[in-house]
Design a binder for this molecule. Structure first.
Ligand code: FE2
Length: 396
């Protein structure tokens, strides 16, 4: 199995068919959102633009507050699989601190970046560029990524585990002398998104527990709290060349292909655009995150620059018996003359169960049925191996 496949599956899963219909609380919220925002959609995108459901940090941190309605609206079967948290203290400056380092990392000399690569983890730690494939099958040279675990530098010292699960159990690689600020900024932002994500997970568990009888230890919050393999990804989208500007925009997935997140919960920052190191507003209103709903409608999802957005991954969808839902999504690059020379930086935190976490899959599952129902209890590490096997028919 080649390196890009592992990253693609773990962090940009392109493999999952969209559009299953899970047992649902209701679909009233989604139809309402589409109707009321349709009229305001930009002339540059033929798709409706929707604001994500938001929860303020003050509401979120009140553990006695019942946020079930908002959780259902954002993450439930009729939601977009995304919601955002506003007014998180310290977040805007931590976001800026890290995203401003992204072009500096990408412009380090090639030999320095080579030192930051980790082929053994299939480029799931350190620097990765051109190791994944675009939907066309060509190597993805549009963006560079830097992966690290912001919580633990070395999740295990056990050689057999590192060999078996290199993308989870490997160690961080930091550019200690070339860009020493990166480690501090990456860990600070990653830890904040993780901490806020844990509180959100607590409220998700409360919502799910209304419909599903679940032991406290099996909830999303506890699974994430126990895990040693969360992964941050700093993404740098190289500036478009003038010559590409008119031809690259045909597809709405021009920057990042259609995929559904594989793990539990993904924390996301709003992208930052820069030209020669100076921050700029987004150069085109069609650029950004697109989501496919369960009724196969495509919508552009927007959230505030200072908000942290969270998306549900497939593993959570399965474990929550469909009460929390993952949606396929992609990213469109800005088009045209105005986009020329402008880069984009963003950060995602993939929160996922520990490789050793025994997953209590329900008897009836609607995705990856054949992997789960025949296997009894699986750990998250084993489940990921089966997914890789299923799609690539080979093991390394
Ligand atoms: Fe994603």
């Amino acid at each position: 199995m080649s390196s890009h496949l592992s990253s693609s599956l773990l962090y940009k899963n392109h493999l999952v068919p969209a559009g299953f219909h899970s047992p649902s609380p209701s679909n009233r919220h989604f139809s309402r959102q589409i109707t009321c925002l349709e009229m305001s959609c930009s002339s540059q995108t033929p798709f409706p633009t929707l604001k994500t459901v938001t929860i303020s940090y003050t509401e979120l941190k009140n553990k006695r507050a019942d946020l079930s309605l908002k959780i259902e609206e954002g993450f439930g079967p009729s939601g977009l699989g995304i919601l955002s948290i506003t007014d998180v203290p310290g977040f805007p400056s931590l976001r800026r601190n890290l995203l401003r380092l992204s072009p500096r990392l990408a412009s380090l000399p090639e030999e320095v970046k080579k030192e930051l690569e980790d082929p053994h983890s299939r480029y799931n730690f350190g620097w990765s560029h051109g190791k994944e494939k675009l939907e066309s099958g060509k190597p993805d040279l549009l963006k560079g990524s830097f992966y690290a675990n912001p919580i633990l530098d070395r999740p295990t010292t056990e050689a057999s585990l590192i060999q078996r699960y290199p993308s989870y159990c490997g160690s961080n690689i930091w550019p200690d002398s070339a860009l020493p600020e990166l480690e501090v900024a990456f860990k600070a932002l990653g830890k904040l998104i993780f901490d806020v994500g844990l509180i959100l997970a607590y409220h998700c568990d409360r919502y799910v527990s209304k419909g599903v009888n679940m032991h406290e230890d099996e909830g999303l919050e506890k699974i994430l709290l126990r895990s040693r393999c969360h992964k941050g990804r700093l993404l740098y989208y190289f500036p478009a060349q003038e010559s590409n500007c008119t031809q690259d925009g045909d597809s709405i997935s021009s920057w990042c292909g259609w995929h559904t997140d594989h793990a539990s919960l993904t924390g996301l920052t709003c992208g930052m655009f820069m030209k020669d190191g100076v921050e700029l507003p987004c150069p085109g209103s069609a650029a950004g995150l697109y989501i496919k709903t369960r009724t196969d409608q495509i919508v552009k999802a927007v959230f505030g620059e200072d908000d942290i957005a969270y998306q549900i991954g497939e593993t959570t969808e399965i474990l929550s018996r469909g009460y929390l839902c993952a949606t396929p999504h992609c990213v469109q690059a800005p088009k045209g003359q105005k986009a020329s020379g402008i880069d984009r930086s963003t950060f995602a935190l993939f929160m996922q169960p520990d490789w050793d976490e025994s997953l209590n899959f329900p008897e009836e599952v609607h995705i990856h049925k054949e992997l789960i129902s025949s296997s009894g209890a699986l750990t998250f590490g084993e489940y990921t191996e089966k997914l890789l096997d299923k799609y690539y028919h080979s093991k390394t």
